[in-house]
Design a protein around this ligand. Structure first.
Ligand SMILES: C[S@@+](CC[C@H](N)C(=O)[O-])C[C@H]1O[C@@H](n2cnc3c(N)ncnc32)[C@H](O)[C@@H]1O
Length: 402
């Protein structure tokens, strides 16, 4: 767990390291055929390009375990582990919640919620939870069961709010569920000093808005597990804290995509379909380049994933038709799909180097939020609330007014 002066110290170390190695993580192999660092480390580049897709898959979420890659991979991996280290937050052993309350909640979500709740200190009777971007407010109801207090939840999807109300009634609980766009100007009025906001996986701008509004409203405690750091307004990341505003590192929305690269939760079938879709996109791009002299890789429509059951040439015909391209295809073009798979394997293996910077970059972003809350008069603890196997977005900021 990070707290006190360690927040600022780690932030400074990360800022320096991420800036120093920016060329190694900033360019995405998917969009750059040749990466600028390859000329500096030709042996590493060549080695990574020769590995299989299974190899990339094995190390994708744990690139620091890859020991056999040429230099400077191992040295960077050691630094990545040290700088990206985030320990678990202390847990509190309050009453657990009866398993029957978990019936309406998907298993993994239940485990995340239970872990999140175990981090929160014992509530008093007048604790008023504010479940931010609450979905069906599973988290809010869990806190009522487990810790008591009152509950208000905010969510903009009316169908989810209706479902939250139904579940709350079914469990004989008392709570207010509101349809609210948390980014709308009228949302500030929903936050009061007596609220204890909680946010489990509120995306980019949504949790940033909570940090701003909750500190303005002087809320005494808040607990936030951020996700989707790249979902921000505008093309550039606007740091919250003075420390990050003065930092060397400046980030674009494209840079923030690196934080999403770990996808431990996708099942085998989903991963296979995602890979096939990517491989075909790459093969189609190569085809357009060879026959039409254009690169169409970026423009493959998302609907193309629905046609994946077709042989490659028929799939490509449909994509070409959709994009109004004159691109004659025949069954012999099915062999081209293999080129897409080969290129995908290269991309995924080249990405392993950038993946060493994923957690450190996420931590830089988390520390920006933590330091902002400190500047607003909070004592902040930053750590994990569950293992990364349950969700790769397992970091939680716990802030209490000093
Ligand atoms: C990843 S889900 C998390 C839901 C819930 N916290 C949970 O863990 O189950 C994000 C939620 O934010 C809601 N949301 C997205 N944009 C919103 C907005 N502008 N205002 C309020 N809610 C929003 C979505 O409808 C969705 O329910």
């Amino acid at each position: 767990m990070l707290t006190g002066p360690a927040l600022r110290e780690r932030f400074a170390a990360l800022d320096h390291w991420l800036c120093q190695h920016r060329p190694l993580w900033q360019e995405a192999p998917f969009t750059h055929a040749q990466l600028s660092w390859e000329s500096a480390y030709p042996e590493l580049a060549q080695w990574l390009r020769e590995q299989t897709l299974e190899h990339a898959e094995r190390y994708q979420g744990q690139p620091h375990l890859l020991r056999s890659a040429p230099t400077p991979f191992s040295a960077l991996a050691a630094e990545s582990v040290q700088l990206g280290q985030l320990d678990a937050l202390p847990t509190h052993s309050q009453n657990t919640v009866a398993a029957r309350y978990a019936v309406d909640i998907p298993g993994r979500k239940w485990q995340q919620i239970d872990a999140f709740a175990s981090i929160l200190p014992q509530a008093s009777n007048n604790t008023h939870w504010l479940d931010w971007c609450s979905g069906k407010s599973h988290l809010g109801r869990h806190l009522l069961h487990r810790l008591g207090g009152e509950l208000t939840s905010l969510e903009w999807d009316a169908a989810l709010v209706d479902e939250a109300r139904r579940l709350t009634n079914e469990h004989n609980l008392c709570a207010s569920h509101h349809v609210q766009d948390v980014l709308a100007a009228d949302c500030a009025a929903q936050l009061q000093a007596e609220h204890s906001p909680v946010a489990l996986h509120a995306c980019g701008e949504l949790h940033l808005q909570l940090l701003r509004l909750a500190s303005q409203a002087n809320c005494t405690q808040l607990a936030v597990a951020p996700c989707c750091y790249n979902r921000i307004d505008g093309p550039d990341y606007q740091p919250l804290s003075h420390a990050a505003q003065q930092a060397q590192l400046q980030l674009s929305r494209a840079d923030l995509r690196l934080t999403l690269r770990e996808s431990v939760n996708a099942g085998q079938r989903a991963r296979r379909l995602r890979d096939q879709s990517m491989a075909r996109r790459l093969a189609f791009g190569q085809l357009c380049q060879q026959r039409l002299g254009t690169s169409a890789q970026q423009a493959t429509p998302s609907i193309a994933s629905k046609w994946l059951g077709l042989p490659f040439h028929q799939w490509a015909e449909k994509v070409a038709e959709y994009r109004e391209l004159e691109l004659p295809l025949s069954p012999s073009d099915d062999a081209l799909e293999a080129q897409g798979w080969a290129r995908l394997a290269q991309i995924r293996n080249l990405e392993l180097l950038g993946n060493l910077f994923r957690r450190p970059l996420e931590l830089w972003l988390l520390l920006d939020r933590a330091l902002f809350l400190e500047e607003q008069g909070y004592r902040v603890q930053l750590g994990t609330f569950c293992p990364s196997s349950l969700t790769p977005r397992n970091a939680l900021l716990l802030a209490c007014k000093r």
